[in-house]
Write a protein that binds this ligand. Structure first.
Ligand code: TIU
Length: 231
């Protein structure tokens, strides 16, 4: 296993180029689950056209490979709930359509329930041994999880955050991370939304005002600095 470098790298980003140290950086891939990216899952139950999300899969796969190669910590999150629904706020349930609520049975098993086929990661982005999985009941990955503990134990200070959807779970996590003092870098092409206009505005919101929540960049910019160092 590669040990991540302690030397800083600088990546082209908005609102300005930003440095990060591989050894104190984690890649957090948000909710690349079948329930969001495939037909008949939670995303579709909410009335969304899920095929729109798939553009971010190939860039995510490439970024994940480069991060693994560089020895950078990788964390995957999944949105989902206990089978007895004890961890679903009634308010969240109330906003699901009848017959397609969280816990109802769909073609990929019970919608957004841990252990069901739809709750699992898409086959392109499966985990490997040693990578932490955070099962989260909310949109933000810090809410009601041990993510902050896992990161602080490894002295992680920079988070590269990507996944789906840009303006919902990615944004919630970016905001939570920013408030906790992490440096946040978001590769925009590794994020996806059911609404293209929300995707682009959500990315702009992160880097506006001098980087109010963090930095935005691309997978190719990150991969090129990581590979340059590895060579
Ligand atoms: N509906 C939507 O855009 N997103 C979610 O419900 N969860 C995540 O973003 N993962």
């Amino acid at each position: 296993m590669t040990l991540a470098s302690t030397l800083p790298l600088t990546v082209k980003a908005d609102p300005g180029d930003i440095s990060f140290v591989p050894a104190t950086t984690a890649l957090i891939i948000i909710d690349m689950q079948r329930d969001f990216l495939e037909e008949d899952g939670f995303g579709a139950a909410l009335g969304n056209q899920v095929s729109v999300l798939r553009d971010c899969v190939v860039p995510c796969v490439a970024l994940l490979a480069a991060m693994r190669e560089a020895g950078i910590t990788v964390i995957h999150t999944r949105e989902g709930h206990r089978s007895d629904l004890q961890d679903v706020h009634p308010e969240k349930l109330a906003r699901c359509p009848p017959g397609k609520k969280i816990g109802d049975t769909g073609p990929m098993g019970r919608i957004l329930i841990r252990g069901e086929a739809g709750h699992d990661f898409i086959p392109e982005l499966l985990t490997v041994a040693g990578e932490v999985i955070i099962d989260k009941p909310g949109k933000g990955a810090f809410y009601s999880t041990d993510l902050d503990l896992v990161l602080r134990r490894q002295a992680i200070t920079t988070l590269v955050i990507c996944g789906v959807t840009t303006e919902v779970c990615v944004h919630s996590t970016v905001r939570e991370a920013n408030d906790r003092g992490y440096r946040v870098i978001v590769p925009g092409d590794c994020c996806g939304s059911y609404f293209p206009e929300f995707h682009s505005m959500a990315l702009k919101m992160i880097s506006a005002q001098g980087g109010i929540f963090g930095y935005t960049t691309s997978s190719s910019a990150l991969i090129s600095v990581l590979q340059h160092t590895a060579a």
